[in-house]
Write a protein that binds this ligand. Structure first.
Ligand code: PEP
Ligand code: MG
Length: 844
């Protein structure tokens, strides 16, 4: 077991990091260690190693010690502001030093007068797998005395040691993002850093953060126009710098796209000081989601989750935390896959927090020191929240809610429970709470919820974004006054002008009810228009179906006007568990979706597993290229036991004929025949049921080009454009750098769609598209112009797709599609669509 001794680099007074007046150090976001309040102005090397970095102002030096451990000595707090005044650096990056060699000389008095504090943190990064076994007691310390003893696993120290041999590459960039390095860009950077074959750190305000940690990046407090240095070390250092710089540009483009031309942050409107009492008993709040509501004041209390402090052994607790995190990851991923774009983004942010290296390292350290998994996870989260809250940045403070949400998910999973859903609400509830977590909001009964009023919260918090997606008026930042609102009293929420009337006169109630009713009527009209069967302007019937992952989507689909479910992704039932769902469990799940569709057709896709969706209970040979390996129907035919169980469950859904089956990843007609044979056997086994309608997914170029054979034997065809595009363009659909180029409107993909649709219609088969392109306004005219007659899209997109289809004629679409087939690129196709049909639009 490797060990490392860190010596005191200064004479002074030793103190725990908590005493450092800087939340980043005190919260251990840059690593664990101790601080020294110096009494002399000389810093010596706390260990032997290579000088890894020297801050431009000369106030901090980090050494790369044996085993890849980084040791940072940061003289004083906010000393970056001195811009080098009073400091003399005696070493340069790359130089090898021995313990005790002089590193920095500084003018103690001058720096003491100018800096916020002289407290000098000495911290070690936990990345190398070493943890602190012993530390100097608080009190006087002399340079050269043992400050910290580290020990730990050798394996994790190996990689950084290899990287230590290479020099560090650095790029300085100015952050153009209007809100600085807030959660989303931080998440993007951390993703790129994790993909890099290099150790990447980001330095700002004289502090360095591990770029793989979103929490650490946010805690740097980087604001608009701040300069940051990206440092990378390792074989992929140059590529890592490019990737992170590109990620910053990408974040800037996303920001520009989200708020074109906007100069101010999209915060809510506050007509007067939030929480202040106005005339006639009204409270003021910040408008997070506009609207009006009259309802009954209702409070929700969050159940406190008890955790015990002592652990039952580090190995056990560490295993428990891993288990709980993987349960939560699976749950979150399932929720994200089937929700709308807003929900997906929020879930992605929560998964980032769940996997954040800094949070996990902190929790593991606490576990190693004898704490339970729950205690350690909560303490790690709370430390990060304290750091974010101390930064004085509203946007970063709002991320505390997300961290709390992730905390409670994990604590519940540790206790073997899921987050409680379905908190009871009375009719027309106006919800009052100090704060509300995103998952708490999602769990509420939308039908009963008319508005939300929060004492805290922010207009740009995730919970506000979700409330907007759910169209629930919301006031935030109302202060403690909301606690005085009597439970059960009638209140009027005016979330247009930021007012809450807690003692409304009859006229005020009536006026608000009229306004709320007018809004409801507007929404109902939109939905009602979407309930009608969809026809193009020339009367051609184009069916608009929904892609569904679970019963809640089916409910949303019907509310949004879906004419059926064109793709039930049954694999969600199979993944992230230790054994396959049995026939009864599957039947219940499929029946629930069929019931929610209230008689509309249900296209049930057989388990599309294997490849990028591995199953723990289905060992498959390791594959060099899983996208081209055992996926979809290939996996199902390799495990006929699983296939038969699923087919039996699907065939038993009532009423008979409600379910149509869809076979994923078909390459040739033999696969269809093999499944048909099994279905025929099972229909006989189940007492002679009529065989269901069976369709094939056209997701491989092979299937699209031989669709004539498939169409003769299948009952319908459904084009899976997501996979068809990745296989046609030979571009991984999840590849971040190819994301902008993987466009289903590439003429090559359109030609495959044309071949498939032509073959299907020639023999009278309905051809559907159930990939993401079906909801792309620029694609809709092309698809129907090529002969597609069914579009299956996410529920929220249905009204818009129907509206668009109703404005098109097949003849115009066909002419446009034929022109596009002759073009050179997806960009040309989009430009052509934009010119010909400005209402459809070609932009992506
Ligand atoms: C597709 O590939 O277009 C499709 C609908 O299937 P999935 O996205 O689930 O792979
Ligand atoms: Mg697919």
């Amino acid at each position: 077991m490797p060990t490392l001794t860190i010596l005191a680099p200064l004479d002074g007074w030793c103190a725990p990091l908590e005493e450092v007046p800087d939340p980043v150090f005190a919260g251990r976001l840059l690593g664990d260690g101790l601080a020294i309040d110096p009494v002399a102005g000389l810093v010596v090397a706390p260990c032997g190693g290579e000088v890894a970095t020297v801050a431009a102002g000369g106030h901090a030096v980090s050494l790369r010690a044996e085993g890849g451990v980084d040791v940072l000595v940061h003289v004083g707090i906010d000393t970056v502001q001195l811009a080098g005044r009073g400091f003399e650096v005696l070493v340069r990056p790359g130089q090898t030093v021995a313990a005790g060699d002089a590193l920095i000389r500084f003018d103690l008095d001058a720096v003491a007068r100018a800096a916020k504090s002289l407290m000098t943190p000495v911290v070690v990064s936990a990345e190398a797998g070493l943890t602190i076994r012993a530390r100097h007691a608080p009190g006087p310390v002399r340079a050269g005395e043992v400050l910290l003893e580290l020990s730990g696993a050798a394996a994790s120290a190996a990689a950084p040691a290899r990287r230590a041999a290479s020099a560090e590459a650095t790029r300085v960039v100015t952050v153009g993002l209007r809100h600085g390095l807030h959660a989303r860009p931080a998440a993007l950077l951390s993703q790129r850093a994790r993909e890099a074959d290099a150790e990447v750190t980001i330095e700002a305000h004289g502090k360095r953060a591990n770029a793989r940690s979103v929490v650490a990046l946010m805690a740097l407090g980087v604001r608009h126009r701040d300069q940051i240095s990206i440092h990378a070390r390792g074989p992929g250092a140059a590529a890592a710098l490019d990737a992170l710089a590109a990620a910053l540009e990408e974040a800037l483009r996303v920001e520009a796209g989200a708020h074109p031309g906007a100069a101010a942050p999209p915060t809510g409107r506050a007509p007067r000081a939030a929480g202040a009492r106005g005339d006639g008993g009204a409270l003021a709040g910040v408008v997070a989601v506009p609207g009006y509501a009259v309802g009954v004041a209702t409070r929700i209390e969050r159940p406190e989750i008890d955790v015990r402090e002592p652990g039952a052994g580090a190995a056990h607790e560490s295993g428990e935390l891993e288990r709980a995190r993987s349960i939560v990851r699976a749950r979150l991923t399932r929720v994200g896959e089937v929700g709308g774009a807003t929900r997906r983004e929020i879930v992605a942010a929560h998964v980032e927090f769940l996997d954040d290296p800094l949070l996990n390292e902190t929790a593991q350290e606490l576990i190693a020191s004898g704490k339970s998994a729950g205690y350690a996870w909560r303490a790690a989260i709370r430390r990060s929240i304290a750091v974010l809250q101390a930064l004085g940045d509203e946007r970063l403070r709002e991320r505390a809610d997300d961290l709390l949400d992730v905390e409670s998910h994990v604590l519940f999973a540790l206790a073997g429970e899921a987050r409680p859903m379905n908190l009871p609400l009375p009719e027309r509830a106006v919800l009052f709470a100090d704060e509300l977590l995103p998952s708490e909001l999602v769990a509420l009964d939308r039908e009963r919820l008319v508005a939300i009023c929060l004492a805290g919260g922010g207009a740009t918090s995730h919970v506000a974004i979700l409330a907007a997606a759910m169209d629930v008026p919301m006031l935030v930042g109302m202060g403690e006054a909301v606690r005085e609102v009597a439970e059960g009293s009638t209140v009027v929420v005016d979330a247009e002008h930021g007012r809450l009337d807690v003692a409304p006169a009859r006229e005020a109630v009536q006026a608000a009810e009229r306004l709320a009713a007018a809004r409801r009527a507007g929404r109902a009209a939109e939905r009602a228009a979407a309930q009608a069967d969809c026809r193009a302007a020339d009367g051609t019937r184009i069916e608009v179906y929904a892609n569904v992952g679970e019963v809640a989507d089916a409910v949303a689909a019907v509310a949004n006007g879906a004419e059926g479910c064109g793709l039930l992704r049954t694999e969600f039932l199979f993944i992230d568990r230790d054994r396959a769902p049995d026939e009864e469990e599957q039947l219940l799940a499929y029946q629930a979706v069929a019931d929610a569709l209230r008689g509309r057709p249900l296209v049930l896709r057989l388990m599309d597993v294997g490849g990028d969706k591995p199953l723990r209970y289905l060992p498959l040979p390791a594959e060099g290229n899983p996208a081209l390996g055992l996926r979809g129907i290939r996996t199902a035919l390799r495990r006929p036991d699983l296939l038969r169980t699923q087919l039996r469950a699907a065939l038993r859904v009532a009423p008979p004929g409600a379910v149509r089956l869809l076979l994923p990843m078909i390459t040739d007609v033999a696969e269809l025949r093999a499944v048909r044979t099994i279905i025929a056997e099972l229909c006989a086994e189940l007492g002679g049921r009529p065989p269901p309608s069976i369709g094939v997914m056209l997701e491989t170029p092979a299937a699209a080009l031989t669709a004539d054979h498939l169409a003769r034997e299948a009952d319908f065809l459904s084009i899976g454009s997501n996979d068809l595009t990745q296989y046609a363009l030979a571009m991984d659909r999840g590849h971040p750098e190819l994301a902008a180029r993987i466009d289903a409107l590439h003429p090559a993909v359109l030609k495959l769609v044309a071949a498939a649709a032509g073959a299907g219609t020639a023999v009278g088969r309905v051809v559907a598209v159930c990939g993401g392109v079906a909801a792309d306004p620029a694609a809709v005219p092309l698809l129907i112009g090529l002969g597609v007659r069914e579009l299956s899209v996410v529920p929220a997109a249905i009204p818009a797709v129907k509206r668009l289809v109703q404005s098109l004629t097949i003849a115009d679409c066909a002419a446009l599609a034929q022109r596009c087939l002759t073009l050179e690129s997806a960009a040309d196709v989009r430009a052509q669509v934009a010119r010909t049909l400005p209402t459809a639009g070609g932009a992506r």
